[in-house]
Design a protein around this ligand. Sequence first.
Ligand code: HEC
Length: 182
Amino acid sequence: MKKFLILTLTLTALSCSDKKQPNVELVQDMMVTPGVKSQRLDEGAPNQSGNRLPPENTVRVGYAPYPYKAAEMDKAAKELKNPLAGDMSPGTLMVGQKYYETNCLLCHGTKGEGGEKSSIAAMMVLKPPTLLSEKIRGWNDAELFHLITMGRGLMGAYASHIPQQYRWQVVNYVRHLQKESK
Ligand code: HEC
């Protein structure tokens, strides 16, 4: 009993002696959990990845699945409505500008003038067209939204780059650029 007491006291003293050191771990069960980083291989998981697949037929909270396929632009054009139609307020344009400048500028230019001269265009067979053309001015907002969401040809889809709730602001920002250039 005496020995046990001395041992306990010594261990207690040891574990408290230096606050910068971790305590002495007597019972180690569950102290170190096998944490797996999200991008790592996890052989025990069904998809072999640290990132678990969401259960089938589930969606993230606040996420509305996009109901149109890439080729269904005409359908989207008729059915989708811009909830921010004509909104050129600084708040809307600032969000649009932020996402435009992060994702579109490098190809379509600061003012939407197209990417003939951009450094990336030099590497592309098809140069990124201007967004200020009569053709794009004639598109409705939904068509622009659809193209940003699904991409076309050499232009990739931007659905995963521009969150759903900020995509209409990008559409309005393109409209703003078109107005500015008149
Ligand atoms: C990597 C370069 C690149 C980026 C980045 C890019 N685009 Fe494009 N974009 C293109 C190319 C190339 C085309 C022509 C695609 C085709 O017709 O095959 C195009 C086509 C378009 C068109 C149709 C133009 C027309 O005359 O038919 C619109 C509108 C457009 N892009 C808007 C955007 C917006 C908005 C963004 C940012 C969310 C963006 N693009 C990002 C390269 C790019």
